[in-house]
Each structure stands twice: as structure tokens, then as C-alpha cells.
Design a protein around this ligand. Structure first.
Ligand SMILES: *Cc1c(COP(=O)(O)O)cnc(C)c1O
Length: 410
């Protein structure tokens, strides 16, 4: 008997060795991978410098109105805060004449100035690649054809989007709605919001309403409370969702009053948009915790971007770090063919390879769905590695995460 246990134990120990070696390469990669946590001391140095430049107090810095008002939008200010070559400054001017840009002081502080291809920088500072890209579409999703009333985009049977503003704390260089960003910040007029709510009220099959933009959290607290009150009065609206990138770009936005409003309007889901482990900072984590404490359920919609996160280990780390913030990875989007963003696009196969290196290698909770958006807004379509290899009359052949092909009785 004693010998039997030892044998089984030996088997388990051997298996544990195999399992350990399955993630040895990842653990090695982590030793040199930077994140918002490993970079935090340097980020704090950056913040000190930026605060000095603006003569801002800590109180200013922690106030989202201050962050928004002091977004960096000119090369004259930018070059004081970030070392840039003459060429880079010229490129920013040129591209900026075509596509708007703005960076919150907080998001700017996440940039590693020593890294010319820093993933945070790539997402917020205009590059000449945008200017020279004449391919792609302004509106690859054909949103103008799926808008039954001004502020609404309806592409599905039981849910829809209300675009509440075109404003963001930072304008992503890969933005899919850059055509709507325009030159000025525009909150959707109250009349259009009322019409959108009326549309929801008149269509009983709509059980899920997504408030986005732009960035849903650019609205003031009072308007957010009004919208949620209105939606809660519609009996067939079961859940509300917000889309906001402020957890990443301006975590100061998550103030106590917003949390109070949310806690009074559950069930409520917030989807955000972290793309890089460098964006997952202690401040972002605290903002996520505040929302989670208010009862909000958090998800993440990443976009697969060349040079930012098209690496299986970076994506694994991102999703693991999100779980530490109570954020459940929800989607990875294949980048759409938006004009001015070709330099970010990858092959779909890269996304499938990322999924292959997630499943089994880490918590199921850390595994989002990789989706391609079908042309002209015909729906998010999942792309998966193949696990069903073949099938016979009463069996199938399956492939495990370790690439073992096994017969399975069916
Ligand atoms: C993405 C999207 C939704 C939400 O889709 P889920 O898969 O339910 O998250 C709803 N409406 C539109 C127009 C969308 O693009």
C-alpha cells in the first residue's frame, strides 16, 4: 500500500515537472517585461515633472476636471514634457492637421521616454503612418446604416448602443470612430438622448443598453444619473452598460459621487479598454476597485495592435494583471480597417495564436474571446484555434491545450 501511494505520488510529481516547464518560457519572459507596477516609481517621477510644469497641486492632479482641461494638444507643450526629435515633432504637426490628438497629463506620465516605440506612446502620440495611410475606411462598421435614431447604433436583436458624447480623455491613435471625433468636444444634445431613450422605450425587445461614445464617462455625474434613472424606469431594460477608457487614461474620473450613483443603479456593467500591461498601474487598479466596491461588474475590451500587444506573453500578462484589478477580460478585437490605422493591423492568425497560448496556460478567467467584426456591422464573430480535430460515427478527436490529440467517445 505504502509503495502504491509513492508510485502515484511520483507520477504526480513528474506531471508537476511537466506543467512547470509548460510555463517556464513565460516566466522567463516576465523577468524583463515592464508593467505599470514595475514602472511605477518612474511614472511617479514623470508625474512630478508634469505637475511642476503646470504648477499643479496634488489636488489638481487628482481632479478629473483638471486632467481634462489640461490635456496636451499642442507640440509646444508636448515637447516640454516629452523628449521628441525634430522629425517626430514635424510628423505630429502634419498628422495632427488630419487627425485630432489629445493626451491627459496622467496618460502622458505612463510613457517611457527612453523607449522610442513605447506602447503607451504609440497609442496616444500621432505618427506619420496615420498621415500616409490612404487605405481602409472612415466607417468600416457602416454605423451610418445602423442608426434608427441619431444617437443609437443598433446591430443586434436585443441590445443597442447609445452614443452619449464624442469626447475622450485621450484620443487613441487606433480609434475606430475617428471620423466622429471631429475638431471639437460635443456632448450629444439632450434632445437626441431623449429620442434614444424613447426608441428604447418603444422597442420592448431591447433588454441591454450600452452607453458609450466617445467615452461614456465624459458625461458629468448629473447627466449619468439622469440617463440611468430614465433607463431604470423602462421595465424591459434588464441591464445597463458603460463603455469608458477613463480607467486607463484618466482614473481620477472615478470619483465618490459616480460610485454612489452606480451603486444605486445596479445591475450595471462597465467595459474598459486596457491594451498593455504598462497601463495597469496602482492608480488604475484603485479606480477599478472603487467601481467594484460599488457593485459594478468590470470587463475589458482590448484591441490587437501591432507593436502594442501582438505578443502572446504580453497578452497573457495583460489579462492576468486585469484579474488583479477585478476586471474580467471580455474581448480581444481584431483591428478594423479604419483609415489611418494600417500600421497597427495584424493578421487574424496572430490573434488565434494568442488564444492558443492562453487556453490551458492560464486561468480560464483570464481568457477573453477573440473577435473579428464582420463587414458593415454584421456582428462580432469569434475566431478560435481548432480543438475539434475530426469526428466519426460515435467519437470525436479532440486536441488539448498541450497539443495532444485524443479520442473522445461521443
Ligand atoms: C459590440 C456591440 C454591442 C455589444 O455586443 P456584445 O457582444 O453583447 O458585448 C451592441 N451593439 C453594437 C452596435 C455593438 O457594436
Amino acid at each position: 500500500m505504502a509503495e502504491e501511494i509513492t508510485k502515484n505520488q511520483q507520477k504526480a510529481l513528474d506531471r508537476a515537472d511537466i506543467l512547470k516547464s509548460a510555463i517556464a518560457d513565460y516566466r522567463e519572459a516576465l523577468k524583463t517585461m515592464s508593467t505599470g507596477f514595475t514602472h511605477w516609481p518612474r511614472i511617479l517621477e514623470n508625474q512630478k515633472r508634469i505637475k511642476n510644469f503646470f504648477k499643479a497641486s496634488d489636488e489638481d492632479w487628482n481632479n478629473w476636471r483638471w486632467q481634462l482641461k489640461n490635456r496636451i494638444t499642442t507640440t509646444a507643450v508636448l515637447k516640454e514634457l516629452l523628449p521628441l526629435t525634430k522629425q517626430e515633432l514635424d510628423d505630429i504637426e502634419k498628422t495632427g492637421s488630419l487627425y485630432r490628438w489629445a493626451v491627459s497629463p496622467y496618460y502622458l506620465s505612463l510613457i517611457d521616454a527612453d523607449n522610442p516605440v513605447d506602447p503607451v506612446k504609440l497609442q496616444c502620440i500621432p505618427q506619420i503612418d496615420e498621415y500616409v495611410d490612404h487605405g481602409g475606411y472612415d466607417d468600416p462598421m457602416g454605423e451610418e446604416f445602423t442608426s434608427p435614431t441619431q444617437a443609437v447604433t443598433r446591430r443586434y436583436a436585443d441590445r443597442l448602443i447609445i452614443k452619449v458624447t464624442n469626447q475622450c480623455a485621450m484620443y487613441c491613435r487606433h480609434c475606430q470612430r475617428r471620423r466622429a471625433i471631429g475638431e471639437k468636444d460635443l456632448a450629444t444634445p439632450k434632445k437626441h438622448l431623449e429620442e434614444a431613450i424613447e426608441y428604447v422605450r418603444n422597442n420592448e425587445e431591447i433588454r441591454d443598453v450600452l452607453l458609450t461614445g466617445g467615452d461614456g464617462f465624459m458625461l458629468d455625474n448629473q447627466t449619468i444619473e439622469w440617463l440611468l434613472d430614465e433607463l431604470d424606469q423602462i421595465p424591459h431594460v434588464e441591464i445597463k452598460r458603460f463603455g469608458s477608457r477613463t480607467l486607463v487614461t484618466m482614473p481620477q474620473r472615478i470619483d465618490d459621487e459616480l460610485c454612489r450613483i452606480f451603486s444605486e443603479h445596479l445591475p450595471l456593467y462597465v467595459n474598459t479598454h486596457f491594451n498593455s500591461p504598462l497601463e495597469v498601474t496602482p492608480d488604475a487598479q484603485e479606480a477599478c476597485f472603487k467601481l467594484a466596491r460599488s457593485g459594478v461588474s468590470l470587463g475589458n475590451q482590448a484591441v490587437l495592435l501591432k507593436g502594442v500587444n501582438n505578443d502572446p506573453f504580453v497578452m497573457r500578462k495583460l489579462n492576468q494583471d486585469l484579474l488583479k484589478c477585478m476586471v474580467r477580460p471580455y474581448y480581444i478585437f481584431h483591428a478594423k480597417a479604419v483609415k489611418g490605422t494600417a500600421h497597427f493591423r495584424t493578421k487574424v492568425e496572430e490573434g488565434i495564436e494568442i488564444m492558443e497560448k492562453l487556453r490551458g496556460f492560464t486561468s480560464g478567467l483570464a481568457i477573453p474571446t477573440f473577435v473579428v467584426n464582420a463587414p458593415l456591422g454584421q456582428g462580432k464573430t469569434p475566431m478560435l484555434p481548432e480543438y475539434l480535430v475530426s469526428s466519426g460515427k460515435d467519437y470525436i478527436m479532440i486536441r488539448t491545450w498541450e497539443n495532444k490529440v485524443l479520442k473522445y467517445d461521443n
